[in-house]
Design a protein around this ligand. Structure first.
Ligand code: GLN
Length: 548
């Protein structure tokens, strides 16, 4: 019998629903069950690919090329399994398929209604994802918070699913308990209201995951239990933690796994070795001491008066995994690309860092700043790692300042330039002409072949790799020979040799200057740090020693 766990949010967003979903999945997996995780995004967008990262966070790309919510990255990292487009849905996606079915007469003359046809479609999609993953248990995160208009149909879906299968459907609400500084006491009222809002949709939560800055005391546990119709032992205290990777262990201290299994009428099959591996990783996180400082130079940080690192969450995690594996703690400093533009950019500030990373990006804002940063890293031999745009711009910088092509650029930046060293991919020309931007980049896993004797080949230890992509532009084939003659090596290419996938400087020219056209961060995993990130961190750490 298949089991369904719905994770919903209360009071405010951003308190860790995604981490809760991932952690519940991880725990049940370690109890011997096959688990998959899904995200329901209430947006009308078909996917996250058309949303600005400062609005919605990182766009996480799956093997099959689906452009999804960053929580999908958390699920993959915690569960250690690749997900597919079946695991992600938006309001837009659900409506689109219902409308397409209606046009194809699939409803056989019936009046197609918001209820029940939209919930039926959602249930079909949940089952499809579970079938695909052969999952015993599917953990479904409903985006947004209860009481919002946007996710009401998804809650209705969950309610309908439970009517027929009361023992197989479970609800957990992740809710926030504030401690206002003027009061000095943790308040349960907003969560009581959130549970009431959930009740009004016909749903009674089985568990309250109580998020707060400190642990919940007995008094508040009992209060929540009493007013929310829940057993006190099913109110789980979830205080802020140093590392999100502590969360599964903390839940298990409260025996959340066994409680969930009992409620679903399942038995633990005994903790398997995946739990030991996980705990081993968590120990490494806590043990890591020696700090390396890395500047991340990008453009999707500023939102109003705040800095927002979520746009690059997978990059951040990937750096950390490689650092932990080497007993190091990575201190990441966000630098806005725009500050390095103008007549006297403060480039010498960069000398204080052990390494510099430029992640992916789009458009023209901040680009000259990034080019200045890359030049500084290259000339001052600071380890440099460029991802996607960060690789393309390294090629542009090299063409300008080493090859002497002063107006070298990418078509994305200045289509009128006479030296487009980065140009639109052949396959993308039609797309741009027709304005069909959504889901149409070069997306998802593509193979690449590595050149012997290069940094990339040494790091991976194999000749053939598969990595995930998300881009429209490429290194212009007309310039490859000249660029290579000037010393930049294309150490990874598509198997037919047409697309340049990795660019690097040889070790004799620079300790580490490497860019990837793909996004290695999407495949980095706590238990399997990514080889390129690890190679970067290794050099970053070694450089630091020589500075001390
Ligand atoms: N803007 C570049 C392109 O479309 C790079 C994309 C990226 O960094 N993800 O090719």
């Amino acid at each position: 019998m298949r089991k369904y766990i719905f994770v919903v949010g209360g009071v405010i967003s951003g308190v860790g629903k995604g981490i809760t979903t991932s952690s519940i999945g991880k725990i049940l997996q370690s109890h011997g069950y096959r688990v998959t995780a899904m995200k329901i995004d209430p947006y009308v967008n078909i996917d996250a690919g058309t949303m600005n990262p400062t609005e919605h966070g990182e766009v996480f790309v799956l093997n099959d090329g689906d452009e999804t919510d960053q929580d999908m990255g958390n699920y993959e990292r915690f569960l250690g399994i690749p997900l597919t487009r079946d695991n992600y849905m938006t309001t837009g996606r659900v409506y689109l398929s219902v409308i397409e079915k209606e046009r194809a007469l699939a409803y056989k003359g019936k009046c197609v209604q918001v209820v029940p046809h939209i919930p039926y479609e959602v249930i079909d999609r949940i089952n499809r994802a579970a079938d695909h993953a052969k999952a015993d248990i599917v953990v479904i995160e409903v985006g947004g918070t209860v009481g919002e208009y946007e996710n009401i149909l998804f809650l209705e879906t969950a309610r309908m699913l439970k009517i027929r299968n009361p023992d197989d459907v479970l609800f957990a609400i992740v809710s926030y308990l504030p401690t206002p500084s003027t009061v000095g006491e943790m308040k349960t009222k907003p969560t009581q209201h959130a549970v009431r809002a959930l009740n009004s949709t016909g749903i009674q939560p089985d568990f309250i995951i109580a998020r707060s800055n400190i642990a919940l005391d007995e008094k508040r546990k009992e209060k929540l239990a009493l007013f929310c119709n829940i057993l006190p032992e099913n109110v789980i205290s979830a205080p802020d933690v140093d590392s999100v990777y502590d969360v599964p262990g903390n839940f298990e201290k409260d025996k959340l796994g066994e409680k969930i299994l009992k409620r679903l009428k399942l038995k633990s099959r005994g903790k398997d070795k995946s739990w030991n591996e996980w705990e081993g990783f968590v120990r490494k996180v806590h043990r890591a001491k020696d700090t390396v400082r890395i500047a991340v130079v990008g453009k999707y940080f500023d939102t109003g008066d705040f800095m927002f690192a979520d746009s690059y969450i997978s990059v951040i995690e990937a750096i950390k995994y490689s650092a932990y594996a080497q007993g190091k703690r990575a201190e990441l400093v966000w630098l806005s690309a725009a500050q390095f533009e103008g007549v006297k950019p403060p480039l010498s500030e960069l000398a204080t860092f052990d390494g510099i990373l430029v992640p992916g990006g789009f458009g023209t804002r901040g680009i000259e700043g990034i080019l200045n940063v890359i030049r500084y890293a290259r000339e001052h031999k600071i380890p440099y790692f460029g991802i996607c745009y960060g690789m393309q711009l390294a090629v542009v910088e090299y063409a300008r300042n080493v090859l002497g092509l002063k107006d070298a650029t990418s078509r994305e930046i200045d289509p009128k330039s006479s030296n487009l060293v980065i140009d639109i991919m052949e396959s993308q020309k039609e797309v741009l002409k027709n304005g069909k931007y959504g889901g149409s980049m070069r997306l998802g896993t593509c193979p690449a072949v590595l050149k012997k004797g290069t940094i990339a080949r040494t790091a991976y230890g194999v000749d053939n790799i598969d990595e995930r992509h998300r881009h429209r532009f490429e290194v212009n084939p007309a310039y490859i020979e000249r660029i290579e003659k000037a010393g930049l090596v294309f150490s990874g290419t598509s198997p037919d040799g047409a697309l340049m996938e990795i660019a690097e400087l040889s070790k004799k020219d620079h300790p580490f200057f490497l860019g990837t056209q793909f996004h290695p961060e999407f495949k980095a995993n706590p238990l399997n740090p990514h080889p390129i990130f690890s190679a970067f961190i290794k050099v970053v750490g070694a450089q630091k020693k020589t500075q001390e």
